[in-house]
Design a protein around this ligand. Structure first.
Ligand code: NAG
Ligand code: NAG
Ligand code: NAG
Ligand code: NAG
Ligand code: NAG
Ligand code: NAG
Ligand code: NAG
Length: 611
């Protein structure tokens, strides 16, 4: 009997009725209200009108106005599109009963509705985990990911400038295999946002699925997929040939000797390059030689915006070189942002930029090398985690809090990081935490408290609710992310993709449940228990909970946090229930995946800068 049930479940996972993923808000509309009528009308209209493959509309007047958006995969015909949407509109109502906002993804179509205008979700990934987990690993992951990146980067750029915002293509992979890829954006965003969205999604695709035979990342504004078999039907597809590496090394070494010492440049606030003492500018040829021609064996990791290589400068200094993806608009913006910000900042808990290079399309950032890589490589890795003890964890928490305090209050500028997460916390040889990746950071004016953006960038799981839902960010949204990290360090579990049979569905819900019952020590990773000071651990859980409060005004500032960590005699206020996730994600998997989706498993992917 049980077997039958399981089998049935397996077979039915990806049939029409089973979407790749669903997210429903838990804010509700009243049943039989005018809002509900608008919504039903909208969903009906979507299913019948999406003849061009994309449809965007709103129905009704405030407060009963509903915004809707639907997208079919670019290679399906009208009939297939309509069938998919017809099914999707029933499923979204069934699964997200009375939710004011919801989104449903299928392989061939997606529908989203909301009571408010859509934000441009430049990047916030959704994994479609169950679908991704069904695929086998490939045998040559390092090479595979390189070829895959080559294909998907080309397709992303092509789709961004295509009126249909869709591209499919293929590239040969050694041993008679072919990688097929597909990328698509919703047509209500511009070309730049499309490329940004896809670039971010590609970082996540590599992290979740870069070493598998197939993978899919779905998002509100874009999605992308690849597979080792043909899965699309399009007459215009791009056929790529991966260039074989030419032997440039010798000439690079020769050039190196001809080049004089580095000249210095920095950027003005407007982003123009000017000569200065602050930041050495290093010639491309020097960087190429230092990284052995950006060789695979020197690769430390890769993310949405570029690949990171280990290098040795002519003076013997070991560095990490971030090579931003070519032609990426985001790349250029990020590059300037990072240079402007980080070149001016110096703190023990911030990673140091030691140089940069620009030549033609190459944009390079040179950092001090962090031999112990990033925090997520330790806390989410069952083996490396063994090397941590409570003291190290406590120092890391303290280090992050001080780095963040410096950004928020002590530096010459007031800076909101906006994408704080364990993969952006690097560890030096002594396991001192250093915050990195300022590509998304924003400078605030002295009296500015919050800012609003229609371009939400960040990572689900670490984004404060007011930021993820309304695009509002402030120092307090960074505090929220900090709180999540503290709780992840203590428990060794990720906030996103958290599963624990019979327990709450998110890490925040889980910690809250235990806290209420006075069982907070059950939250602590048993590996840390041996070495911990119990009052200190409880205090850290308490501080973590205060940081993830729903109301930003109730969250402490980073100076409060540093003070609270520094003195055990300062009383802590009682936390209230933290917000549970922005959208309720229905987990399609019956079983938790045992394989940690961490990007630190193989050499192929890692984490100096993924988003
Ligand atoms: C949303 O979910 C949280 C946690 O489950 C709950 O406390 C809150 O009341 C919910 N909000 C609404 C409007 O249902
Ligand atoms: C959409 O479909 C409805 C019928 O469901 C029709 O009345 C309406 O005119 C259509 N709208 C557009 C913009 O085609
Ligand atoms: C649409 O595509 C489906 C499946 O590929 C096919 O069966 C159907 O005949 C096509 N319909 C039209 C009108 O081309
Ligand atoms: C993608 O690849 C095709 C085929 O090689 C090429 O023509 C096109 O210029 C490439 N696009 C980009 C943006 O590199
Ligand atoms: C999408 O719909 C919204 C609401 O009706 C509208 O404001 C916006 O201009 C539309 N965008 C496009 C590209 O059609
Ligand atoms: C593939 O697309 C072509 C052109 O759009 C169509 O004629 C054909 O029926 C499609 N085949 C399948 C199997 O969907
Ligand atoms: C951190 O890196 C240093 C230098 O590479 C190494 O000696 C040390 O063992 C590492 N620490 C951990 C906990 O891995």
């Amino acid at each position: 009997m049980l077997l039958l049930v399981v089998q049935f479940f397996m077979l039915s996972i990806f049939t029409d009725a089973n979407p790749l993923d669903i997210a429903c808000s838990n804010t509700s509309y009243a049943p039989n209200s005018p809002f509900e009528s608008s919504l039903k009308l909208l969903l009906e209209s979507i299913a019948t009108n999406t003849s061009q493959g994309f449809y965007n509309l709103s129905i009704g007047d405030d407060p009963n106005r509903v915004f809707g958006r639907a997208l079919c995969r670019g290679d399906v015909n009208r009939t297939v599109c309509q069938n998919c949407l017809e099914n999707a509109r029933h499923e979204i109502l069934k699964n997200c009963k009375t939710a004011e906002e919801a989104i449903i993804w299928y392989e061939l179509c997606q529908i989203q509705y909301s009571y408010r205008k859509f934000l441009v979700m430049v990047y916030a990934g959704q994994y479609a985990e169950k679908w991704n987990n069904q695929w086998k690993s490939v045998s040559n992951p390092a090479r595979f990911i390189e070829v895959l990146t080559y294909l998907m980067t080309n397709l992303s750029i092509e789709a961004s400038s295509d009126p249909a915002m869709f591209a499919v293509g293929e590239v040969k992979f050694p041993k008679r295999k072919t990688i097929y890829g597909l990328v698509q954006c919703t047509r209500d965003i511009n070309s730049r946002d499309c490329n940004d969205c896809l670039t971010g999604a590609l970082g996540d695709l590599k992290a979740c699925c870069g070493a598998r035979e197939a993978g899919i990342i779905v998002n509100e504004n874009c999605n992308l997929r690849f597979q080792l078999s043909l899965f699309y039907n399009a007459s215009t597809r791009i056929a790529l040939t991966y260039p074989t590496s030419t032997d440039e090394k010798r000439s690079q070494r020769g050039l190196l000797h001809e080049l004089a010492g580095p000249i210095s440049v920095s950027l003005t606030q407007e982003g123009d390059l000017v000569s200065s003492e602050e930041l050495p500018f290093v010639h491309l040829a020097v960087i190429k030689a230092a990284t052995d021609g950006f060789s695979d064996s020197n690769k430390l990791g890769q993310g949405g915006f570029g690949t990171v290589y280990k290098g040795v400068l002519p003076n013997g200094k070991e560095v990490a070189v971030k090579r931003l993806s070519r032609k990426s608009w985001q790349g250029l913006e990020e590059f300037k942002n990072e240079i402007i910000l980080i070149a001016k900042l110096q703190h023990r808990n911030l990673v140091r930029l030691v140089g940069c290079g620009i030549e033609g399309e190459e944009k390079l950032l040179i950092y001090e090398l962090m031999p112990n890589r990033s925090l997520d490589c330790f806390i989410f890795d069952s083996e490396r985690r063994l090397q941590l003890n409570w003291n190290t964890c406590y120092n890391i928490i303290g280090g992050i809090s001080k780095g963040l305090l410096y950004l928020h209050e002590d530096s010459r500028l007031k800076i909101i990081h906006r994408d704080l997460k364990p993969s952006n916390v690097l560890l030096d040889k002594d396991m001192v935490a250093k915050i990195s990746d300022f590509g998304m950071a924003r400078i605030f004016c002295e009296n500015q408290k919050t800012a609003n953006t229609r371009r939400v960038v960040g990572t689900y799981g670490y984004m404060a609710p007011e930021y993820a839902m309304e695009g509002l960010f402030s120092v307090k949204s960074d505090v929220f992310s900090f709180g999540v990290i503290v709780l992840e360090i203590i428990s060794g579990k990720r906030n996103s993709g958290f599963y624990l049979t019979g327990h709450a569905q998110t890490l925040l819900a889980y910690v809250w449940q235990l806290w209420k019952e006075g069982k907070e020590m059950e939250f602590v990773d048993p590996l840390l228990m041996k070495s911990s000071s119990i009052p200190q651990v409880v205090r850290c859980i308490h501080i973590g909970l205060l940081c993830v409060q729903e109301d930003p005004a109730v969250r402490p500032t980073m100076s409060n946090v540093v003070a609270l960590l520094g003195s055990e005699s300062i009383a802590l206020s009682e936390p209230r229930q933290p917000p549970f996730p922005v959208g309720r994600t229905i987990v399609l998997a019956e079983q938790p995946s045992t394989k940690d989706p961490s990007v630190c498993h193989d050499l192929t992917v890692s984490t100096l800068s993924p988003r």
